[in-house]
Write a protein that binds this ligand. Sequence first.
Ligand SMILES: NC(=O)c1ccc[n+]([C@@H]2O[C@H](COP(=O)([O-])OP(=O)(O)OC[C@H]3O[C@@H](n4cnc5c(N)ncnc54)[C@H](OP(=O)(O)O)[C@@H]3O)[C@@H](O)[C@H]2O)c1
Length: 257
Amino acid sequence: MAKETVLITGASSGIGLELARLFAADGSDLILVARREASLQALADEMAASHGIAVMVMAEDLSDPSAPGRIADTLAADGVEVDVLVNNAGFGLRGPAADLDLQRQLDMLQVNVTALTHLTRLLLPPMVARRRGGVLNVASTAAFQPGPYMAVYYATKAYVLSFSEALTEELGGTGVTVSCLAPGPTATEFADTADMRDTLLFRSGTQGADVVARAGYDGFRRGKAMVIPGLKNRLIALSVRFSPRPLVRKIVKALQA
Ligand SMILES: NC(=O)c1ccc[n+]([C@@H]2O[C@H](COP(=O)([O-])OP(=O)(O)OC[C@H]3O[C@@H](n4cnc5c(N)ncnc54)[C@H](OP(=O)(O)O)[C@@H]3O)[C@@H](O)[C@H]2O)c1
């Protein structure tokens, strides 16, 4: 495989960190984006030393609407071409939509949806021009149904899934692939940030971030449009398609109450 440069958002912990390890292990150079610069730098030093790759760290808050443009400008100024974009950064919030802090909900839309779309729009055209590369977007099994008590989060992930699948079709035959990773509950910092640790959903079992990242990485390398890690998660996603919508809403509400 030709040497690639891979930009990963949300690489400071969880699934993004494990994806960074996998891309580093195949010899890819990395650009790591998140807010926690010290965590990114520690990972960068470790990856550079163990795999002899070049790693760039960009401490950016993706809830800032100007962050994607700044990232692209910095890359252009340094003459760095991105072959693979991994849009992984994201977070959730649990609680009634009418009660949750408005600014945090708007920040969630900015990080999970707008920054993902913005970065894709900025970095995709050069990939198409070079006729190689790809995008790996991290959605969630939340994408497949509405999520009472996490209404905005579920809606953001439905957007990511829809956007990714549409791009997959648009880019057919261009040499550029788009994959969507849709994990179920995963043991990362996500549940604490979202205040979900005590929900039935998370108490029913989680997958490891390394297992989820491996499924996403393998699926991306095989050019799969959608990857749902784990048989249980695949069965649930499938069953939702054949279940009455009101029933699905009630079940998700119970899982997240
Ligand atoms: N864990 C699950 O159960 C689960 C299930 C399905 C989908 N997902 C999705 O998987 C993705 C990764 O989450 P995770 O489970 O690995 O959780 P995590 O451990 O909390 O990691 C989230 C990552 O996103 C980054 N991030 C959050 N807000 C950001 C901001 N404003 N600007 C820049 N970076 C930001 C965080 O970095 P900083 O804090 O350093 O900024 C961190 O690196 C998310 O999109 C999440 O929605 C998670």
